[in-house]
Design a protein around this ligand. Structure first.
Ligand SMILES: Nc1ncnc2c1ncn2[C@@H]1O[C@H](COP(=O)(O)OP(=O)(O)OP(=O)(O)O)[C@@H](O)[C@H]1O
Ligand SMILES: [Mg+2]
Length: 270
């Protein structure tokens, strides 16, 4: 496991060594990444409730109501699924252990099951937010007949790991393709979050965060939010940054013309 952190997070996660399909992010790094997160009202409520419940552990235990600890997120690219995993880690002040499932599967097919187990063992021993990105890779792999048996074993391992998952860690999975997920896996999640392209109000909020309050007050954010209908958050970020760069090299203030130019060059909808 390669640590991106220069802090002592890696030192606190000694058993992460040897798991090379994951990256550990210290809570501080998670906090930095989520400064401009924009969540739909529904998703913000879901996250807040999740965190509140985890803060009332004793009360839930006393009433014998299990705590939620498995979150699945689905929706189009660039809408904030990965960012939400960082956000949850930040709120819980836990390290984020980011695992790319397709890396586990493609690199060592025969060892996929044991890799899955290794990762869950790690999360059992070390409180963290265990994040499996591209979760649909499991579903996809089962299309190929040669790999059906192996993948059936992997899915069984995953089901077992999900059933045994406990302690202070949280499991988070993300997928673009909800329907690709095995229903048996799907129903093991206690928390489900849906992502969509940003609404006009969300575009306005996000562009406002990207360009700052002064330019927002000139009406630029509102114009840009109108112009950039159909863009994901990731597209919005790229286009606004491109426009900012244009304004800097041309030594002028960021304006709607620069954003229009950036859009025509970037064209997310092509
Ligand atoms: N809801 C959001 N709020 C703020 N920024 C966002 C949001 N969604 C995406 N972004 C920006 O786009 C980048 C990519 O987003 P993220 O990785 O969370 O997308 P994703 O939904 O996980 O996409 P994919 O399905 O491709 O993995 C983020 O690092 C951030 O800069
Ligand atoms: Mg992602």
């Amino acid at each position: 496991m390669n640590s991106k952190s220069k802090t002592n997070a890696a030192a606190r996660l000694p058993r992460a060594k040897g798991i090379d399909m994951a990256t550990v992010y210290a809570p501080k790094e998670c906090a930095r990444k989520v400064k401009r997160i924009v969540l739909s009202d529904m998703n913000r409520t879901i996250v807040q409730e999740f965190i509140t419940i985890l803060g009332m552990k004793e009360k839930f235990e006393a009433q014998d109501v299990p705590l939620p600890n498995k979150v699945v997120m689905f929706g189009p690219p660039g809408t904030g699924k990965t960012l939400t995993a960082f956000y949850i880690a930040h709120l819980l002040e836990l390290p984020l252990v980011l695992v790319r499932l397709d890396a586990i599967i493609h690199s060592h097919l025969g060892e996929t099951g044991s890799n899955v187990r290794k990762i869950f063992d790690f999360a059992k021993a070390t409180p963290c937010v265990l994040f499996l990105d591209e979760f649909d890779a499991l579903g996809r792999m089962r299309d190929s007949s040669d790999e059906v048996k192996e993948m059936a074993r992997v899915v069984n391992t995953l089901l077992q790991c999900l059933d045994e998952f406990g302690g202070d860690s949280i499991f988070v999975a993300a997928t673009n393709l909800e329907e690709e997920l095995d229903p048996a896996i799907w129903r093991r999640f206690d928390t489900k979050m849906t992502y969509a392209l940003p609404t006009r109000a969300e575009r306005l909020q996000y562009i406002g965060l990207l360009i700052g309050p002064e330019l927002t007050d000139t009406g630029l954010a509102a114009k840009a939010a109108e112009l950039l209908d159909g863009c994901s958050f990731a597209d919005l970020e790229q286009i606004v940054l491109k426009a900012k760069r244009k304004a800097i090299i041309e030594d002028r203030e960021l304006d709607i013309t620069a954003i229009e130019q950036a859009l025509s060059e970037y064209d997310p909808r092509r």
